[in-house]
Design a protein around this ligand. Structure first.
Ligand code: NAP
Length: 339
C-alpha cells in the first residue's frame, strides 16, 4: 500500500565528531538524504516524537560498552514514535502508530518486526517514550526487582525531577514506601519534587552538603536507594543506608562526560551493613512491560502517577535537547516534537 504524499527526502542527524568532555553543537551534523523504495517487510514512519536520553552520551565514545558506539558520519539512533505512512509488511498497516528505535530523523525506514504498534487509547503517543516506555519501566524494574521496596521503607531517589526519578518516587509510594526522599539540582526543582511529584522531602544537592542534607531528610536511615548519579550521591547514600539496604545502580550521570575525579562509595561500609548493590539494564526487563503497562496506565488514570515533560520543538532543536538532558534543563522526560 502506498501513500501518495510519500516524501522523497528526509532530514536526519549524524554524529559528526566524538565529543571530548561535554558534547557541543558541532558534534552533530544535519544531513538531507533520499528515501529509497521500501524492501519487503519494511515500513516508512513519519516520526512525530523522539527521545533524547543520557545513555546516548556513552554511545558517542568509541569505547566498548553494553551497546555499540554510534558510528561517525551515520545517523544517530534512539527511541521514537510516529505514524506509518507506507508499508510493505503484512503485519503493520498504513496509519498505525508505532514506537521504534530510529529516532534523530524526520522519517524512518524500519523493519516492521522491530516496530511496536502503540495504543493511542491508553495514553498520548509521547508517553510511550516516557512513563509507558523504557524510562518508566526502568523505575519499575529498579523498585520491584533490583532493589525491591517493601511496605514501610524509606526510599531515596536521585535525579528525582528527571524522567526515571520523577516516576520512581511515585512508584515507591504506590509500592508502600513510608517516606520518599528525592534530590535534584536547584531550589525550583526541589520544590517541584514536593509539589508536583509527591516526595516527602527534597534535597537541592547544589545547595549544601549532600550527606548532611540526607541525614536530615532521613533521620531513621534509608532502606532503598535508586542511583542515577553515582559519585557523591552514591557515597552519601551508602553512608545513610540501613542494615540490609538495597541499592539499584541505574546510572551514573555525574561521570558521563568523562569526569573521573569523583568520590567513590565506601564498600567496606556496604559490606558491614550487608547492603545489596545491583545494576540493571532496562533491556533485560522488556518482558516486564506486560505487567508494567497496565499497572502504570491505571496509576495514570487514577492520578497515582503524575508526569511531566520538557519539550523541544523540531529536529533542529534535538542536539540542544540532548545537551539539556545532560545538564538538567529538563523536568520529567526530555522529548523532541517532530510533527
Ligand atoms: P533524566 O533524569 O530525565 O535527566 C538527567 C538528569 O540528571 C538531569 O535532568 C539532571 O537533573 C541530572 N544530572 C545531570 N548531571 C548531574 C550531576 N552531575 N549530578 C546530579 N544530577 C545530575 O534522565 P533519565 O532518562 O531519567 O535517566 C536518569 C538516569 O537513569 C541516567 O543516569 C540514565 O543513564 C539512567 N538510565 C538507565 C537505564 C538502564 O537501563 N540502566 C535506563 C534509563 C535511564 P538535575 O537538574 O537535578 O541535576
Amino acid at each position: 500500500m502506498t501513500n501518495t504524499a510519500r516524501p522523497t527526502h528526509t532530514r536526519e542527524i549524524h554524529l559528526a565528531a566524538r565529543p571530548v568532555g561535554a558534547p557541543v553543537a558541532t558534534d552533530f551534523a544535519f544531513v538531507e538524504r533520499e528515501l529509497p523504495p521500501l524492501a519487503d517487510g519494511e515500513i516508512l514512519v513519519r516520526n512525530t516524537w523522539m527521545s533524547v536520553d543520557p545513555y546516548m552520551r556513552g554511545r558517542m565514545d568509541d569505547a566498548p560498552s553494553y551497546i555499540p558506539p554510534f558510528a561517525l558520519g551515520a545517523a544517530l539512533e534512539g527511541s521514537a514514535v510516529g505514524e506509518v505512512i507506507e508499508s510493505r509488511a503484512a503485519t503493520i498497516a498504513v496509519g498505525t502508530l508505532v514506537s521504534h528505535f530510529a529516532g534523530w530523523r524526520e522519517h524512518a525506514i524500519v523493519d516492521a518486526a522491530t516496530a511496536t504498534p502503540i495504543d493511542p487509547e491508553l495514553a498520548a503517543p509521547y508517553q510511550f517514550l516516557s512513563v509507558l516506555g523504557t524510562t518508566g519501566l526502568t523505575a519499575y524494574a529498579a523498585l520491584t526487582d533490583a532493589a525491591p521496596v517493601r511496605p514501610g521503607d524509606t526510599v531515596f531517589v536521585s535525579a528525582a525531577a528527571g524522567a526515571v526519578g520523577s516516576v520512581a518516587g511515585q512508584i515507591a509510594r504506590a509500592l508502600g514506601a513510608k517516606r520518599v526522599i528525592g534530590s535534584a539540582g536547584g531550589p525550583v526543582k526541589a520544590r517541584k519534587l514536593l509539589d508536583v511529584f509527591g516526595f516527602d522531602a527534597a534535597i537541592d544537592y547544589r545547595g549544601g552538603d549532600l550527606t548532611e542534607q540526607l541525614a536530615d531528610a532521613a533521620p531513621d536511615g534509608i532502606d532503598v536507594y535508586l542511583d542515577s548519579v553515582g559519585g557523591e550521591h552514591l557515597r552519601a547514600a551508602v553512608e545513610a543506608m540501613n542494615q540490609h539496604g538495597r541499592i539499584a545502580l541505574v546510572g551514573a550521570i555525574s561521570g558521563y562526560n568523562g569526569d573521573t575525579d569523583r568520590p567513590a562509595p565506601d564498600l567496606y561500609l556496604a559490606a558491614t551493613k550487608e547492603l545489596t548493590l545491583r545494576g540493571l539494564l532496562v533491556t533485560s526487563y522488556l518482558p516486564l512491560f506486560a505487567e508494567y503497562i497496565p499497572r502504570a496506565a491505571s496509576w495514570l488514570a487514577d492520578g497515582t502517577l503524575r508526569t511531566a515533560e520538557t519539550v523541544y520543538e523540531g529536529l533542529d532543536q534535538a542536539p540542544a535537547a540532548f545537551l539539556g538532558v545532560l545538564t538538567g534543563a529538563n523536568t520529567g522526560k526530555m522529548l523532541v516534537r517532530l510533527e
